[in-house]
Design a protein around this ligand. Structure first.
Ligand SMILES: [Zn+2]
Length: 274
Protein backbone atom coordinates (compact mmCIF):
# COMPACT_ATOMS: atom_id res chain seq x y z
CA UNK A 1 0.00 0.00 0.00
CA UNK A 2 2.77 2.39 1.03
CA UNK A 3 4.59 1.57 -2.21
CA UNK A 4 1.49 2.30 -4.29
CA UNK A 5 1.05 5.71 -2.63
CA UNK A 6 4.72 6.48 -3.23
CA UNK A 7 4.48 5.46 -6.91
CA UNK A 8 1.28 7.50 -7.45
CA UNK A 9 2.81 10.54 -5.74
CA UNK A 10 5.94 10.24 -7.84
CA UNK A 11 3.89 9.82 -11.04
CA UNK A 12 1.79 12.90 -10.20
CA UNK A 13 4.93 14.87 -9.47
CA UNK A 14 6.49 13.85 -12.79
CA UNK A 15 3.30 14.66 -14.73
CA UNK A 16 3.06 18.03 -12.97
CA UNK A 17 6.67 18.76 -13.79
CA UNK A 18 6.19 17.84 -17.47
CA UNK A 19 3.10 20.10 -17.70
CA UNK A 20 5.03 22.93 -16.05
CA UNK A 21 8.00 22.55 -18.39
CA UNK A 22 5.91 22.33 -21.54
CA UNK A 23 3.81 25.37 -20.60
CA UNK A 24 7.00 27.33 -19.79
CA UNK A 25 8.41 26.26 -23.15
CA UNK A 26 5.19 27.31 -24.93
CA UNK A 27 5.28 30.67 -23.20
CA UNK A 28 8.92 31.17 -24.17
CA UNK A 29 8.16 30.27 -27.79
CA UNK A 30 5.18 32.66 -27.84
CA UNK A 31 7.43 35.51 -26.66
CA UNK A 32 10.10 34.57 -29.21
CA UNK A 33 7.49 34.57 -32.00
CA UNK A 34 6.21 37.95 -30.90
CA UNK A 35 9.73 39.38 -30.95
CA UNK A 36 10.28 38.05 -34.46
CA UNK A 37 7.14 39.77 -35.74
CA UNK A 38 7.64 42.91 -37.75
CA UNK A 39 6.99 46.05 -35.75
CA UNK A 40 3.65 47.41 -37.07
CA UNK A 41 3.90 50.59 -39.14
CA UNK A 42 0.97 52.03 -37.19
CA UNK A 43 2.86 51.56 -33.91
CA UNK A 44 5.85 53.34 -35.40
CA UNK A 45 3.68 56.28 -36.44
CA UNK A 46 2.14 56.49 -32.95
CA UNK A 47 5.56 56.51 -31.29
CA UNK A 48 6.88 59.08 -33.76
CA UNK A 49 3.93 61.41 -33.18
CA UNK A 50 3.58 61.07 -29.45
CA UNK A 51 6.84 60.07 -27.80
CA UNK A 52 9.44 62.84 -27.87
CA UNK A 53 12.11 60.53 -26.41
CA UNK A 54 11.64 58.07 -29.30
CA UNK A 55 11.61 60.85 -31.88
CA UNK A 56 15.02 62.07 -30.68
CA UNK A 57 16.67 58.64 -31.09
CA UNK A 58 18.74 57.75 -34.14
CA UNK A 59 17.40 55.04 -36.48
CA UNK A 60 19.38 52.20 -34.86
CA UNK A 61 18.16 53.14 -31.39
CA UNK A 62 14.59 53.49 -32.67
CA UNK A 63 14.69 49.84 -33.77
CA UNK A 64 16.05 48.88 -30.32
CA UNK A 65 13.28 50.86 -28.63
CA UNK A 66 10.71 49.01 -30.77
CA UNK A 67 12.15 45.62 -29.76
CA UNK A 68 11.90 46.63 -26.11
CA UNK A 69 8.27 47.67 -26.67
CA UNK A 70 7.54 44.27 -28.23
CA UNK A 71 9.18 42.46 -25.32
CA UNK A 72 7.28 44.53 -22.73
CA UNK A 73 3.96 43.97 -24.48
CA UNK A 74 4.64 40.22 -24.87
CA UNK A 75 5.54 39.71 -21.20
CA UNK A 76 3.28 42.08 -19.20
CA UNK A 77 -0.49 42.27 -18.94
CA UNK A 78 -2.03 45.67 -19.53
CA UNK A 79 -5.62 45.56 -18.28
CA UNK A 80 -8.37 48.18 -18.24
CA UNK A 81 -10.48 48.76 -15.12
CA UNK A 82 -13.92 50.20 -16.01
CA UNK A 83 -12.50 51.74 -19.16
CA UNK A 84 -11.27 50.78 -22.60
CA UNK A 85 -7.73 50.65 -23.88
CA UNK A 86 -6.32 50.74 -27.39
CA UNK A 87 -2.91 50.36 -29.02
CA UNK A 88 -1.96 53.93 -28.10
CA UNK A 89 -2.53 53.31 -24.38
CA UNK A 90 -0.50 50.07 -24.53
CA UNK A 91 2.32 51.78 -26.41
CA UNK A 92 2.39 54.69 -23.96
CA UNK A 93 2.63 52.27 -21.01
CA UNK A 94 5.49 50.39 -22.68
CA UNK A 95 7.24 53.65 -23.59
CA UNK A 96 6.98 54.87 -19.99
CA UNK A 97 8.70 51.68 -18.86
CA UNK A 98 11.41 51.75 -21.49
CA UNK A 99 12.36 55.45 -21.42
CA UNK A 100 14.09 55.36 -18.00
CA UNK A 101 15.72 51.97 -18.69
CA UNK A 102 16.65 52.44 -22.32
CA UNK A 103 20.36 52.33 -21.48
CA UNK A 104 19.89 48.91 -19.79
CA UNK A 105 18.85 46.72 -22.74
CA UNK A 106 18.49 43.54 -20.69
CA UNK A 107 16.16 45.08 -18.13
CA UNK A 108 12.45 44.24 -18.39
CA UNK A 109 11.03 44.91 -14.90
CA UNK A 110 11.13 41.36 -13.49
CA UNK A 111 8.90 42.36 -10.58
CA UNK A 112 6.09 43.75 -12.77
CA UNK A 113 3.35 41.46 -14.02
CA UNK A 114 0.37 43.71 -14.64
CA UNK A 115 -0.40 47.34 -15.41
CA UNK A 116 -3.95 48.39 -14.55
CA UNK A 117 -5.43 51.32 -16.46
CA UNK A 118 -8.05 53.40 -14.64
CA UNK A 119 -10.56 55.73 -16.35
CA UNK A 120 -9.35 58.66 -14.24
CA UNK A 121 -7.37 59.54 -11.14
CA UNK A 122 -8.41 57.47 -8.11
CA UNK A 123 -8.45 57.54 -4.30
CA UNK A 124 -6.84 55.21 -1.73
CA UNK A 125 -9.65 52.69 -2.28
CA UNK A 126 -9.02 52.76 -6.05
CA UNK A 127 -12.36 54.49 -6.63
CA UNK A 128 -12.62 57.19 -9.28
CA UNK A 129 -16.20 58.38 -8.88
CA UNK A 130 -15.81 60.30 -5.58
CA UNK A 131 -13.18 62.58 -6.98
CA UNK A 132 -14.97 64.46 -9.69
CA UNK A 133 -15.01 68.19 -9.36
CA UNK A 134 -13.52 68.79 -5.97
CA UNK A 135 -10.17 67.13 -5.70
CA UNK A 136 -7.50 65.54 -7.77
CA UNK A 137 -6.77 61.95 -6.90
CA UNK A 138 -3.82 59.65 -7.40
CA UNK A 139 -2.56 59.67 -11.00
CA UNK A 140 -0.53 56.51 -10.67
CA UNK A 141 1.04 54.20 -8.13
CA UNK A 142 3.23 51.16 -7.66
CA UNK A 143 1.14 48.51 -5.93
CA UNK A 144 2.33 46.84 -2.76
CA UNK A 145 1.10 44.00 -0.54
CA UNK A 146 -1.86 42.37 -2.33
CA UNK A 147 -1.11 44.45 -5.44
CA UNK A 148 2.56 43.55 -5.52
CA UNK A 149 3.78 43.29 -9.12
CA UNK A 150 1.12 45.74 -10.29
CA UNK A 151 1.35 49.31 -11.54
CA UNK A 152 -1.78 51.49 -11.56
CA UNK A 153 -2.17 54.40 -13.95
CA UNK A 154 -4.90 56.92 -14.75
CA UNK A 155 -5.52 56.76 -18.50
CA UNK A 156 -6.06 60.49 -19.23
CA UNK A 157 -3.00 61.43 -17.17
CA UNK A 158 -0.86 58.78 -18.88
CA UNK A 159 -1.92 60.07 -22.32
CA UNK A 160 -1.57 63.76 -21.41
CA UNK A 161 2.21 63.35 -21.15
CA UNK A 162 2.38 62.01 -24.71
CA UNK A 163 0.87 64.67 -26.90
CA UNK A 164 4.22 65.05 -28.68
CA UNK A 165 5.08 68.28 -26.85
CA UNK A 166 7.76 68.80 -24.22
CA UNK A 167 6.39 68.65 -20.68
CA UNK A 168 7.69 68.59 -17.14
CA UNK A 169 5.46 65.76 -15.98
CA UNK A 170 4.87 62.19 -17.06
CA UNK A 171 3.05 59.92 -14.62
CA UNK A 172 4.07 56.76 -16.50
CA UNK A 173 7.78 57.54 -16.32
CA UNK A 174 7.29 58.61 -12.66
CA UNK A 175 5.93 55.20 -11.61
CA UNK A 176 8.48 53.16 -13.57
CA UNK A 177 11.31 55.22 -12.02
CA UNK A 178 9.89 54.22 -8.60
CA UNK A 179 10.11 50.59 -9.73
CA UNK A 180 13.75 50.97 -10.76
CA UNK A 181 14.41 52.64 -7.43
CA UNK A 182 12.65 49.73 -5.65
CA UNK A 183 14.94 47.12 -7.18
CA UNK A 184 17.34 47.21 -4.22
CA UNK A 185 14.41 46.68 -1.84
CA UNK A 186 13.66 50.29 -0.91
CA UNK A 187 11.98 53.15 -2.75
CA UNK A 188 14.33 55.76 -1.29
CA UNK A 189 15.56 57.92 -4.19
CA UNK A 190 18.83 55.97 -4.38
CA UNK A 191 18.65 53.36 -7.11
CA UNK A 192 21.76 51.44 -6.04
CA UNK A 193 21.85 49.19 -9.04
CA UNK A 194 22.53 52.23 -11.17
CA UNK A 195 25.15 53.93 -9.07
CA UNK A 196 28.23 53.18 -7.08
CA UNK A 197 28.56 54.12 -3.45
CA UNK A 198 30.84 57.08 -4.02
CA UNK A 199 27.98 58.65 -5.95
CA UNK A 200 25.40 58.48 -3.17
CA UNK A 201 26.82 61.25 -0.92
CA UNK A 202 27.08 63.90 -3.66
CA UNK A 203 23.64 62.86 -4.97
CA UNK A 204 22.00 63.37 -1.56
CA UNK A 205 23.80 66.72 -1.29
CA UNK A 206 22.41 67.73 -4.69
CA UNK A 207 18.89 66.76 -3.62
CA UNK A 208 19.28 68.95 -0.51
CA UNK A 209 20.47 71.92 -2.60
CA UNK A 210 17.60 71.68 -5.05
CA UNK A 211 15.02 71.19 -2.27
CA UNK A 212 16.33 74.42 -0.80
CA UNK A 213 15.74 76.20 -4.11
CA UNK A 214 12.22 74.78 -4.45
CA UNK A 215 11.37 75.88 -0.91
CA UNK A 216 12.61 79.39 -1.67
CA UNK A 217 10.43 79.48 -4.81
CA UNK A 218 13.55 79.67 -7.00
CA UNK A 219 13.07 76.41 -8.89
CA UNK A 220 10.60 75.36 -11.60
CA UNK A 221 10.60 71.77 -10.30
CA UNK A 222 7.20 70.51 -9.12
CA UNK A 223 7.04 70.98 -5.29
CA UNK A 224 5.74 67.39 -5.03
CA UNK A 225 9.47 66.59 -5.11
CA UNK A 226 9.67 67.93 -1.54
CA UNK A 227 7.75 64.95 -0.19
CA UNK A 228 10.82 62.71 0.14
CA UNK A 229 13.93 61.61 -1.76
CA UNK A 230 12.04 58.95 -3.71
CA UNK A 231 9.49 61.46 -4.99
CA UNK A 232 12.33 63.89 -5.71
CA UNK A 233 14.01 61.33 -7.98
CA UNK A 234 10.73 60.42 -9.73
CA UNK A 235 9.69 64.07 -10.27
CA UNK A 236 13.04 65.28 -11.63
CA UNK A 237 13.27 62.18 -13.86
CA UNK A 238 9.92 63.10 -15.45
CA UNK A 239 11.31 66.53 -16.33
CA UNK A 240 14.69 65.10 -17.45
CA UNK A 241 13.11 62.70 -19.96
CA UNK A 242 10.19 64.89 -21.06
CA UNK A 243 11.99 68.16 -21.74
CA UNK A 244 15.72 67.42 -21.65
CA UNK A 245 16.87 70.64 -23.33
CA UNK A 246 15.06 72.91 -20.89
CA UNK A 247 16.02 70.75 -17.91
CA UNK A 248 19.70 70.85 -18.87
CA UNK A 249 19.67 74.62 -19.25
CA UNK A 250 17.85 75.26 -15.97
CA UNK A 251 19.47 72.50 -13.88
CA UNK A 252 22.89 71.61 -15.35
CA UNK A 253 24.19 69.92 -12.18
CA UNK A 254 21.08 67.91 -11.58
CA UNK A 255 21.10 66.97 -15.25
CA UNK A 256 24.64 65.61 -14.82
CA UNK A 257 23.54 63.39 -11.93
CA UNK A 258 20.56 61.99 -13.82
CA UNK A 259 22.79 61.32 -16.81
CA UNK A 260 24.86 59.06 -14.53
CA UNK A 261 21.84 57.42 -12.88
CA UNK A 262 20.15 56.57 -16.18
CA UNK A 263 23.37 56.20 -18.18
CA UNK A 264 21.74 58.37 -20.78
CA UNK A 265 21.87 61.82 -22.27
CA UNK A 266 18.41 62.37 -23.78
CA UNK A 267 19.51 65.55 -25.57
CA UNK A 268 22.48 63.95 -27.36
CA UNK A 269 20.56 63.31 -30.58
CA UNK A 270 19.33 66.92 -30.77
CA UNK A 271 22.86 68.13 -30.24
CA UNK A 272 24.07 66.15 -33.24
CA UNK A 273 21.47 67.67 -35.52
CA UNK A 274 21.92 71.25 -34.32
ZN1 LIG B 1 5.65 58.97 -6.65
Amino acid sequence: MKNTIAIVTLALFVIGWIIFLSSARRKKKKIKDKLNEQFPGLYRTILENKVLFYRLLNETDKRLFEKRVQLFLATKKIEPVDTEIDDTVKLMVASSAIIPTFAFPQYNYPSVKTVLIYPNSFDEDFKTENLEGHKQGILGMVGNRFLDGTVLLSKPDLLRAYDGLPHKSNVGVHEFVHLLDKEDGAIDGIPERLTDHSFVGPWLHEIKNEIDQIQKGKSDIDPYALKNNAEFLAVVSEYFFSNPDKFRKRHPELYGFLEVIFNKNPTSETEKTE
